[in-house]
Design a protein around this ligand. Structure first.
Ligand SMILES: [Zn+2]
Length: 95
């Protein structure tokens, strides 16, 4: 823990969507970034989201078969989600 880092794991996760959308100038993103580089848990979570998004993008571009979609959905659903709201929003984006 370093001084001045007020972002919790939950708050850092909430900013991941800004980060994934490329909105790195959002003030919370910078705070969350400082948190993530010192928090292996959040970093792993970000990697997971990035991987899902990457697969989603390739799915859109290539019109991948349903099996890929199901695979992604299973992976997302198997991801530990401590915040039910966050999980539902995440799945909502996938639909
Ligand atoms: Zn964390």
């Amino acid at each position: 823990m370093k001084e001045g880092i007020l972002v919790t794991c939950e708050e850092a996760k909430q900013t991941l969507h800004f980060h994934l959308d490329g909105d790195d100038h959002h003030p919370h993103v910078k705070l969350a970034h400082h948190h993530r580089v010192t928090c292996a848990h959040c970093e792993a979570h970000l990697d997971q989201l990035k991987e899902v998004e990457r697969e989603l993008r390739s799915m859109v571009q290539l019109s991948a078969p349903c099996s890929l979609h199901e695979r992604i959905m299973k992976r997302v659903q198997s991801t530990p989600q401590k915040r039910p709201l966050y999980g539902s929003v995440d799945r909502g984006k996938l639909m």
